[in-house]
Design a protein. Structure first.
Length: 493
C-alpha cells in the first residue's frame, strides 16, 4: 500500500471503530454508569472552580474517563454524555494502528487497526461510561511504543510509551502493571545490546520522567495533595468491597471468562504462537513480548481479589495484534506454498466475516457476545451488566396505565432508565413478599444466577423457582431477564 493512502485508510479504520461504538449509544445503562455520572459532575466542578481535591472522585481512579466526559456530562441525554468516551476509545484504535504501521508496515498496521475496531469486548466496553476500554487502549499503545523503541532506539518512543503508560494507570489502577513490565523490557533490551548502567538508567529515566510528568499534568491532585491520595487508596484496598465479600468468585472465574470472550480469531493467534517460535519469523521477538504482556495481565487479574469478565479486556486487545502477526508469519513461511497461503488468507477472512456478522446481529448488545465453542461455560455464571433491562422496561411500558405500575427490579437504576413507572429494589424481596411491598411486577436478572447460597440474590431466585414468568427477555439465544406478574404468582415463602 502506498504511503499517500495511509491517511485515508486510517480515517477508514477510525470510522469502522466509531460506528459500532456510537450507534444506538444510549440504548441501555450499566449499573456503574450513574456512579460515573456523579463522579464526573464532581470532577467538572473541580475543573471549573480550581479545586484540585475534586479531581479525585474515587480510588479506581478513572481520571481519563472523567477528563473525556466532563464537557458533555450535564446533557440530559445519556448518548451525549457517553459520546466523548466512545470517540476517545475509537481514537486509541487509530493510534494503535499507526504505531503498528511504524513497527511492521502499512498492511500489518491497517489490519491491526481493523481487528481492534471489530473486537466484541472492546466495542462493548467502549459503549459503557467506565474505565476498562481506555485502560486496554492505553496499555496496548504503550507497549507498541515500547516495541518501537526496541527497534529504533530513539528516546522519543520511550517518552510516548511512558505517557501512555501513565494514562493507563490513571484510567484504572490495574494499569500500573505497565511499570514492572517496562522495567523488565528495558532491562532485556539493555542486556541484549550490552548497555552500560548509565544507558540503562537513561532509558528508564526517559520512560519514568514522561510517566511522572504526564501524571502531574493530567492529575495534579497527586502532586498537591499526595497524602490524601495515598490515604484514600489505602482505605480502598482495606474495604470489604475490595477484599472479597462480593467479588471472591473462585480461581476458575478468569479461565471461564477467557473461554467465553475469546473470538475464533484470538484462538487462531494463541494456537499459532508455538509455530512462530519454531520458525525464523522476524516477528518472533515482538510476538513474544506481546504474548508475555497478555499473559502477565491475565495472571495479575487472576490473583486479584476483585473479579469481573471486563477486567480481562486488555489481554484481548493484545490477541488482536498477535492474530495479525501470526498471519503475516504464516504468509512469509509459506512463500513457496501458494495453496497454503491462499488457505490461510481464506480462513482468516472467513473468521473476520463471521465476527462482523456476529457484531451486526448482536448490536447494540455486544456485551452478550459468547464464543460459539464455549457457550456452555456461561450456563451457571452471573452474567449481564444491564443489557436486556431496557427490553424488559419496554415490555412493561406497553402495559395499560404503565406509569402507575410499581416494579421490583434487580439493577433498579438501569431498569428505571427506560421504565415509565415506579421502581424499587428486588433486594427487598429477600425479606418481604411482593404483596407486602405492593409491587405489580418483579423483574429478575441473569446476574443473580450463580451467587453463594447466603446471598440475597439466591434467596430471591429461590422464591420464584416454581413460578412461570409472564415474559422472558432473551439476547443471543440466552435468557437475561424474567418478568413475573405478582397477581398471578403464588410466591414460595
Amino acid at each position: 500500500m502506498r504511503r499517500y493512502l495511509l491517511l485515508p485508510v486510517l480515517v477508514g479504520v477510525f470510522c469502522v471503530a466509531l460506528l459500532p461504538r456510537t450507534l444506538d449509544l444510549g440504548t441501555f445503562l450499566s449499573p456503574d454508569e450513574p456512579r460515573w455520572y456523579e463522579n464526573t459532575l464532581g470532577f467538572r466542578e473541580g475543573i471549573l472552580t480550581g479545586n484540585l481535591r475534586k479531581l479525585y472522585q474515587q480510588p479506581h481512579p478513572g481520571i481519563t474517563t472523567m477528563w473525556l466526559s466532563w464537557p458533555t456530562i450535564e446533557s440530559s441525554s445519556w448518548m451525549v454524555r457517553k459520546l466523548p468516551h466512545a470517540i476517545g476509545v475509537s481514537v486509541l484504535v487509530v493510534v494503535g494502528a499507526w504505531l503498528a504501521v511504524r513497527l511492521w508496515g502499512i498492511p500489518i498496521g491497517v489490519a491491526t487497526g481493523f481487528l481492534l475496531a471489530i473486537n466484541p469486548l472492546a466495542i462493548a466496553h467502549a459503549r459503557v461510561l467506565a474505565m476498562d476500554a481506555l485502560l486496554g487502549g492505553f496499555l496496548l499503545t504503550s507497549v507498541l511504543a515500547l516495541l518501537r523503541w526496541r527497534t529504533e532506539s530513539r528516546a522519543r518512543w520511550l517518552v510516548v510509551s511512558g505517557a501512555l503508560g501513565a494514562l493507563a494507570a490513571l484510567s484504572k489502577l490495574a494499569g500500573a502493571v505497565i511499570v514492572p513490565f517496562t522495567l523488565c523490557a528495558i532491562l532485556g533490551v539493555g542486556l541484549r545490546r550490552k548497555f552500560s548502567w548509565q544507558e540503562f538508567l537513561r532509558a528508564m529515566g526517559w520512560w519514568a520522567g514522561s510517566a511522572v510528568a504526564t501524571t502531574i499534568v493530567v492529575f495534579p491532585t497527586v502532586l498537591v495533595y499526595p497524602t490524601m491520595v495515598f490515604e484514600e487508596l489505602r482505605a480502598f484496598f482495606l474495604t470489604e468491597h475490595y477484599q472479597g465479600a462480593v467479588h471472591a468468585l473462585g480461581p476458575r472465574w478468569y479461565a471461564e471468562a477467557l473461554l467465553l470472550w475469546i473470538t475464533p480469531l484470538h484462538l487462531f493467534a494463541l494456537l499459532g504462537i508455538p509455530f512462530v517460535f519454531r520458525s525464523s519469523s522476524k516477528h518472533r521477538a515482538d510476538i513474544g513480548i506481546l504474548a508475555a504482556f497478555a499473559a502477565l495481565f491475565f495472571l495479575v487479574m487472576q490473583v486479584s481479589v476483585k473479579k469481573g469478565d471486563r477486567y480481562l479486556l486488555p489481554s484481548f486487545l493484545f490477541f488482536d495484534v498477535l492474530a495479525v502477526l501470526l498471519l503475516a508469519t504464516l504468509l512469509t513461511a509459506w512463500r513457496q506454498r501458494q495453496a497454503l497461503q491462499r488457505a490461510a488468507v481464506a480462513g482468516v477472512t472467513m473468521l473476520v466475516g463471521w465476527q462482523v456478522v456476529t457484531l451486526v446481529r448482536l448490536h447494540p448488545y455486544e456485551l452478550a457476545y459468547r464464543n460459539p465453542f464455549f457457550r456452555r461455560v456461561a450456563l451457571h455464571r452471573p452474567m449481564g451488566w444491564g443489557e436486556g433491562l431496557d427490553l424488559a422496561a419496554a415490555y412493561l411500558n406497553a402495559k395499560p396505565n404503565s406509569e402507575a405500575l410499581l416494579v421490583a427490579s434487580y439493577y433498579e437504576g438501569p431498569f428505571s432508565y427506560r421504565f415509565r413507572g415506579q421502581v424499587t429494589s428486588a433486594e427487598r424481596l429477600a425479606k418481604e413478599t411482593p404483596e407486602e411491598i405492593g409491587v405489580n411486577y418483579v423483574v429478575l436478572y441473569r446476574t443473580m444466577v450463580g451467587r453463594a447460597p447466603d446471598r440475597w440474590e439466591t434467596k430471591v431466585l429461590q422464591k420464584f423457582t416454581n413460578q412461570q414468568p409472564e415474559h422472558v427477555i432473551s439476547i443471543n439465544r440466552e435468557e437475561y431477564a424474567w418478568i413475573y406478574r405478582v397477581e398471578r404468582s403464588r410466591i414460595n415463602s
